[in-house]
Unconditional design. Structure first.
Length: 205
């Protein structure tokens, strides 16, 4: 090990071993390996975290859907009517849900912190598509969407999680969800989406 004089700075050679037994070069290589490992693991951890949030959100939606069924069972088969009751649908449904925080999507950092709910349900201004104050058995299709995330994009671009009236829940394309919500409840099967046709010169196909 080089001797240091009082008026000179003691400089280490890159190959000189530190007190712990590593050279500066070995330490730099170890740090580089750790950085590379972190670069590989961070996307994996991020995807795993997103997948966990999606699973919890879908579990919430199933629980909320079950709450609607229990509400109807206790109210002569009728679904909540927030406008008539002058309270939110979450308030009406809370006694029929078993899980605290069921209205919070874990991926939602926008709505739940300010509104106390990440979700919306099929309470529309159109009498042909709303379920507010309607019989649970009134829809013509079991695949009808009952409750859904209030905003898309929390689990991916143009993606949204929703639960159907039969109790199933899944992630889907936002356009698919909106198409169901705009289709009258008594329609047994959703119409196929219109093809994205391209107009040719002069307006022809």
């Amino acid at each position: 090990m080089p001797r240091c004089h009082s008026r000179r700075r003691c400089r280490r050679h890159p190959g000189e071993r530190l007190r712990g037994g590593f050279t500066l070069l070995e330490l730099a290589v170890a740090i580089g390996i750790l950085v590379a490992i972190m670069a590989i693991l961070l996307p994996v951890i991020s995807r795993a975290r997103a997948a966990g949030q999606r699973v919890r959100c879908l579990a919430n939606l199933r629980q909320i859907s079950m709450g609607f069924h229990v509400f109807a069972d206790r109210n002569q088969g009728m679904l909540p009517d927030p406008a008539a009751a002058q309270v939110s649908w979450e308030t009406l449904l809370t006694p029929y849900t078993q899980q605290r925080g069921v209205f919070a999507c874990p991926a939602d950092t926008e709505l739940y912190p300010s509104l106390g709910s990440s979700y919306d349900w099929r309470d529309t201004p159109d009498p042909t598509t709303t379920l507010a104050g309607r019989l649970l058995t009134s829809p013509g299709r079991s695949s009808l969407i009952l409750v859904f995330e209030a905003l898309p994009g929390w689990h991916g671009r143009d993606r949204i999680c929703a639960a159907r009236i039969d109790g199933s829940a899944s992630e889907m394309n936002y356009a698919e969800c909106m198409r169901d919500l705009s289709t009258p409840n008594d329609v047994v099967r959703l119409p196929l989406p219109l093809p994205n046709l391209q107009l040719g010169p002069g307006g022809g196909f």
